[in-house]
Design a protein around this ligand. Sequence first.
Ligand SMILES: NC(=O)c1ccc[n+]([C@@H]2O[C@H](COP(=O)([O-])OP(=O)(O)OC[C@H]3O[C@@H](n4cnc5c(N)ncnc54)[C@H](O)[C@@H]3O)[C@@H](O)[C@H]2O)c1
Length: 272
Amino acid sequence: MSNNLLKGKRGIIFGALNDKSIAWKVAEKAVEQGATITLSNTPMAVRMGETNALSEKLDTKVIAADATSVEDLEKVFTESMEILGGKIDFVLHSIGMSPNVRKGRAYDNLDYGFYDKTLDVSAQSFHKMMQVAKKLDAIADGGSILALTHIAAQRTFTGYNDMADAKALLESIGRSFGYVYGRDKGVRVNTISQSPTLTTAGQGIGGMNAFFDFAEKMSPLGNASAEECADYCIVMFSDLTRKVTMQNLFHDGGFSSMGLTQAIVEDYIEKK
Ligand SMILES: NC(=O)c1ccc[n+]([C@@H]2O[C@H](COP(=O)([O-])OP(=O)(O)OC[C@H]3O[C@@H](n4cnc5c(N)ncnc54)[C@H](O)[C@@H]3O)[C@@H](O)[C@H]2O)c1
């Protein structure tokens, strides 16, 4: 169903790998709501993943880029403005990757080269994206920039490993750049803290299936799906949230405010 919430807006969506990706759902919904967009992902993901299939479906262009490369990001913003015919109104950073998680390195046995990579890909790339966009004056007044994060930035979750540190940095970058970008250009910057979601990145986290089940029982509204997250992103890109900025917005069915639910109590009693 379309309310044309993004009619006439131009956007860039980073991180749609396959139809499980949160970015994939955001791209579909953005177009459904009247936006024109470009897609971006790493050259490897474009070759091996399904980003091209999504671009055909939505009649959009894919611009391959490693989000840790300032040069690649300059290309994404410059080409997107050319393709879409003007400044960009919204950007989604939906990017995360930890080589330590991938290689099964425990938090007290990190490889520091991998650690640097985790922080660069999953957090610093958000800063690079905004610094590039601001220098190119690529974002329209009133524009909206979002990154996706997780509550492991505030509280410790076993298995989340160095991604927790990356998410803490990501959220801080959102606040700090949100101030500068709001003050100078009237651009909003927020992070959305999403429930555990069974995507490629999500399933890489140790104990994900147990955490997914636990969070489902710990959230009065249940876990938020990728599709529901996309709906929230659309509202944040729209003109309905013009004065929301520098926020970390929980989209988690209530999980972040709960201490203990009846469902967990019953589960625990059953298993005793
Ligand atoms: N799945 C979850 O449980 C969950 C929960 C909260 C937040 N998030 C966050 O949502 C975002 C999207 O993840 P997802 O769950 O949709 O998984 P996903 O695996 O579908 O998406 C991750 C994307 O990051 C891209 N990427 C990796 N390295 C990159 C680089 N150097 N440059 C550009 N892109 C790169 C991948 O190609 C992929 O498209 C991530 O930031 C993730 O941490 C996920």
